[in-house]
Design a protein around this ligand. Sequence first.
Ligand SMILES: [Zn+2]
Length: 317
Amino acid sequence: MQRPTFDELFALLSAASLSSSDLSRLREWIASIRDPSECIALIEAAAAGRPCPRCGSLRQHRCGSASGLQRFRCLGCGRTFNALTGTPLARLRKRERWLPYLQCVLESRTVRDAAQAVGVHRTTSFRWRHRFIRGAMRHRPARLGAVVEADETYRLESQKGARNLQRPPRQRGGVAARRGISGEQDCLLVARDRNGQTLDFHTGHGQVTAAQLHEHLLPVLPMDVLLISDGAAAYRSFARTAGITHEAVNASAGQRARGAIHIQNVNSWHSRFKTWLVRFKGVASRYLIHYSGWQRLLDARQLHTPALWLCAAVRQT
Ligand SMILES: [Zn+2]
């Protein structure tokens, strides 16, 4: 189907009889549209001076433009690229709606709600949500501070949206077949220092292991860290092999804190996450890390405008 021109659309719209709800929808939509050049200027500024995303060379020259973005040719590998090449935002269209859409992300609006607010299809809304989150969640501290609380939260594994279910389906709002933490649960490991810097890791199914703690935590802990956890054996074993100072609070024995030795900051992060997650009515396991990353960014309040979120999603790490 050929796309109508603006004049044709305008003629159609003028001829239509609009109800007051049509009018308010139209007004919301028009108010949400931004000049695409605003978005492009932010993207170009965030990516300024970036090396070639393929070979890392800084030697490049300008080579025309494509869909509004400056194109560069790399003198190292000869390929062309623009500010979005290699980022999760590459090849997404309708840039005039990105900033309004990001406002919906900041407001934690549902896929359907955000789609209606900015006038895109629900599948576009879903795709954008996950691309914008995947881009921005690379905005995370490289290393935590001297005192770190770590704890896991478990969620029943979900294959929501999967075409081929790998197991018999559960009833809606299903429960695990086995009690306690089993391979049916996704493990989300969260480490938070006393300055509020937070890192999240989806370690896989089942109880976290010492090897997983080694893999995820060791690179982000400072040498002289004091690690605080609950009494799970995996932390003790990890700390011993890694040569890390470790204190455990024995929650099962009713102990919650010994002075500054507690995991209340990380536990309250978990409870904020779970409360926030309710609105999405179940999230697929494969996207769990996106949702925790999304909540981590909202909770940290650093990317508190659409422009800041966009720049974080564009920037190379
Ligand atoms: Zn190159």
